[in-house]
Design a protein around this ligand. Structure first.
Ligand code: MLT
Ligand code: MN
Ligand code: ZN
Length: 307
């Protein structure tokens, strides 16, 4: 399976349009140590021809421009190599790119029933895109495997299982997070020919037994690296909520993800969905060095893995 990081930053990207943090300033100034990043999305393919997007960021147009293998096949007037899009939640950074992909070309969209309802009731991407073209919306069940299919109905060679990582509601959803079953999921995806397995979990409030189970035997883990510390969002003055209250386990600390990842027997462990304020995005800083010394990679747009 080919796994390509299209965008490694969390919502807002790096630099974020209205942000004056040191990372955003350095990225704007062209620093070689703080490289610009687009918003959270990954592309996967069994054979390198047909691709599935895992989340569709607002930057998808730019991401498809720099990853031309996802564009129309040569000689086609209109076409795409995108066979489907899988959504892990209903957040704007992970879903609004579907509006950019509204024109022509049939591909499927997969999400939990709850995410589908929210994208109908509160952020009506579902009805809007279906007014432009045929978008079969398929159910992504929890804890049950499903074989992804190509537009002609044949198997894509990828088997996907969604698991709950937490319960969280986007800011535009006026519903009780405790009842939000399927609001935020991780994906375990296995190449049916090679057995190569990816776990993609860009929204993880805490390392729990479901995640431990999902990563068992995986070859590659792409994990939520939103914030370095739990207090970072408050210290930076961007919100009054902690990282965990926002649904993101911090990297550092005794219950942080880095300590867990450092000992995890998954061959490739990579952070994605990193907020622009995260100090580990500065490649000249001590936090970046600590991540690398732990055997973990700070993911970058364009990184490709074969599993
Ligand atoms: C998140 O990852 O917590 C959300 O995307 C936040 C947001 O974009 O508002
Ligand atoms: Mn996000
Ligand atoms: Zn910033």
């Amino acid at each position: 399976m080919h796994v390509r990081i299209l965008g490694s930053a969390a919502g807002g990207g790096l630099p974020q349009w209205n942000c004056g943090c040191s990372n955003c300033r350095a990225a704007r100034d062209g620093s070689p140590y703080v490289r610009p990043r687009t918003q959270s999305s990954v592309a996967i393919s069994a054979e390198g021809k047909w691709w599935f997007l895992l989340n569709v960021s607002a930057d998808v147009r730019q991401q498809l421009f720099v990853n031309q293998q996802l564009g129309p096949a040569p000689g086609n007037m209109r076409g795409t190599s995108i066979a489907g899009c899988v959504l892990t939640d209903a957040e704007i950074d992970h879903t609004s790119g579907l509006l950019q992909l509204r024109e022509g070309c049939v591909f499927s969209i997969l999400s939990t029933p709850l995410v589908r309802r929210w994208l109908n009731d509160y952020f009506p991407i579902g009805p809007i895109v279906s007014a432009f073209s045929d978008r079969p919306w398929l159910e992504l069940p929890l804890e049950a495997s499903l074989e992804l299919t190509l537009p002609d109905g044949t198997p894509a060679g990828l088997e996907i299982t969604a698991f709950e990582t937490g319960r969280d509601v986007p800011r535009f959803v006026p519903e009780d997070p405790r009842k939000a079953v399927g609001s935020v999921v991780g994906l375990r995806i296995r190449d049916t020919a090679t057995g190569g397995t990816l776990v993609y979990a860009p929204g993880v409030p805490a390392i729990d037994s479901q995640l431990e189970h999902a990563v068992d035997g995986a070859d590659l883990l792409l994990l939520d690296g939103s914030f370095w510390s739990d207090e970072e969002p408050r210290q930076m003055g961007i919100t009054d909520r902690t990282s965990q209250a926002m649904g993101h386990v911090p990297v550092d600390g005794s219950h942080g993800s880095l300590e867990w990842l450092a000992k995890l027997p998954v061959p490739k462990r990579v952070y994605v969905h990193m907020n622009n304020t995260n100090p580990m995005l500065d490649e000249s800083g001590p936090e970046h060095a600590r991540v690398q010394e732990s055997g973990v990679q700070v993911g970058m747009d364009g990184d490709e893995f074969i599993v």
